[in-house]
Ligand binder design. Structure first.
Ligand SMILES: Cc1cc2nc3c(=O)[nH]c(=O)nc-3n(C[C@H](O)[C@H](O)[C@H](O)COP(=O)(O)OP(=O)(O)OC[C@H]3O[C@@H](n4cnc5c(N)ncnc54)[C@H](O)[C@@H]3O)c2cc1C
Length: 409
């Protein structure tokens, strides 16, 4: 990876420029490696936030922040293809079982790796660690890396797009990949609309200590206030994702530790014993956002910029990584057919592949939030029966598990 901060206006041209070196942009950089080698493509990644090279460096990076993510087994296999899984697994905690329940109701569904004949249903990996591993891999590849540099302007031109960077560089790319997380205003600048539906919920995230060993169990619990999840971390620690009606999280963010732990215990119950401590708390407002035009000539929108989901089912990045792999495959086919990189036949075939997977995942995670958010008189009983029933019906539960593991689209 070459450090390139030159400001040679108008002189730089690239086959592909990736806007955003977060989880998705960095994964795409790694996934492009064999094609860069095979076809000699000139590829650049532009990332606006500085990246910490050392664990002790206290640098805020929006993608590689304090969260830990549930990485499905299918994504682990994809990381293996990218050559980063061996390093990733160094900080990964395997999910051996998933326990889904509704507060105050009897029903519960249990999914287990043993029953499905796999070593793990998924893995919990700190985002900061994923960031470090992906960036280390990028340093071994012949990619240009502009960081910190922000893409300030994106202008369509005859064969692609001009990109104006905050470091003064101007690039011209045949194919631009927008992996900026969707909050930088570039989509709007290009006139790409988004469907935006706020869940009116905010996720409070924190590491918590637990008094009993979690034994690799991930918990998903639906409460009247919204879903909460606990994901296993090394030792007797878990990652808490606690959804609140927006606004009501503020008081809880500031509660003294003892009071916070008492309230958490009341909301979650004692399946993991006592909550013993809580780390720094972070808040994430939750919306369902989908880009209305994920591809256009010379441009593809990926990751959160294309689809931001509720984290209830831990599917956002897993879905995005499948998008990364599908894009690389479509680009290779386009190259073999001697089409220009940003050609619409290539991009439309990619989008056709993506749309069904994306719609299924959105239906699945959005449906879960809405189903458990509704309060018709008999619905709680039906949900409880559903959870119990699901536990009894092997094939259905296995289908659910395969989807959660990212092995099925
Ligand atoms: C609370 C929470 C929990 C989650 N848990 C899970 C989970 O367990 N499993 C899962 O699969 N998914 C999970 N997700 C979803 C997952 O975090 C996202 O899918 C993922 O972060 C998307 O990555 P991204 O690279 O598309 O966007 P981002 O993470 O937003 O990264 C975008 C990058 O682009 C850079 N950037 C922005 N603008 C510019 C610009 N103009 N120029 C240059 N660079 C720019 C930013 O600095 C950033 O590095 C969760 C999400 C939330 C909110």
């Amino acid at each position: 990876m070459q450090q390139s901060n030159q400001a040679i206006k108008g002189a730089l041209t690239h086959d592909i420029v990736i806007v955003g070196g977060g989880l998705v942009g960095a994964s795409l950089g790694c996934a492009l490696a064999p094609l860069i080698e095979r076809y000699g493509w000139r590829v650049a990644i532009i990332e606006s936030a500085p990246i910490a090279d050392q664990p002790q460096e206290n640098v805020w990076q929006p993608s590689f922040d304090a969260r830990a993510s549930a990485i499905a087994e299918g994504s682990a296999q994809r990381f293996q293809q990218l050559g980063v899984w061996e390093a990733m697994r160094g900080e990964a905690t395997p999910i051996k079982r998933i326990h889904i329940s509704e507060r105050g109701r009897l029903g519960a569904t249990r999914l287990s790796a043993n029953e499905l004949g796999v070593a793990a249903l998924g893995h919990v990996i700190p985002n900061a660690w994923m960031g470090r591993v992906l960036h280390q891999r990028l340093t071994q590849l012949p990619l240009e890396w502009h960081c910190p540099a922000k893409v300030e302007r994106l202008t369509p031109v005859a064969n692609g797009h001009d990109l104006q960077l905050s470091d003064g560089s101007q690039l011209t790319a045949g194919l631009t990949i927008l992996a900026d997380g969707g909050r930088s205003g570039l989509k709007e600048q290009l006139g790409i609309g988004s469907r935006h539906e706020s869940y009116q919920q905010t996720a409070l995230i924190a590491h918590v200590g637990v008094s009993q060993p979690h034994r690799g169990v991930a918990y998903e619990r639906f409460t009247s206030q919204g879903p909460m999840a606990l994901l296993p971390l090394p030792g007797q620690a878990m990652e808490l994702i606690w959804t609140h009606p927006s606004g009501s999280e503020t008081a809880r963010m500031e509660l003294p530790e003892r009071e916070f732990l008492l309230q958490l215990q009341r909301a979650f119950g004692d399946r993991v014993g006592r909550f013993t401590r809580v780390g720094t708390r972070h808040a994430y407002p939750l919306s369902l956002v989908t880009a209305e035009e994920p591809v256009r000539p010379g441009l593809a929108v990926l990751g959160n910029a294309a689809h931001a989901l509720h984290p209830v089912a831990g599917q956002g990045f897993n879905l995005a990584l499948r998008g990364v792999m599908d894009l690389v495959e479509a680009l290779e086919q386009g190259e073999q057919a001697k089409r220009p990189l940003g050609d619409m036949i290539t991009l439309q075939s990619f989008e056709k592949q993506r749309s069904r997977d994306r719609a299924n995942v959105i239906r699945f995670s959005d449906g879960l939030v809405r189903l458990f958010g509704l309060s018709f008189p008999l619905l709680p009983h039906a949900r409880a029966a559903g959870l119990i029933g699901l536990n009894l019906v092997g094939p259905l539960r296995r289908g659910l598990a395969r989807r959660a593991m990212g092995l099925e689209r």
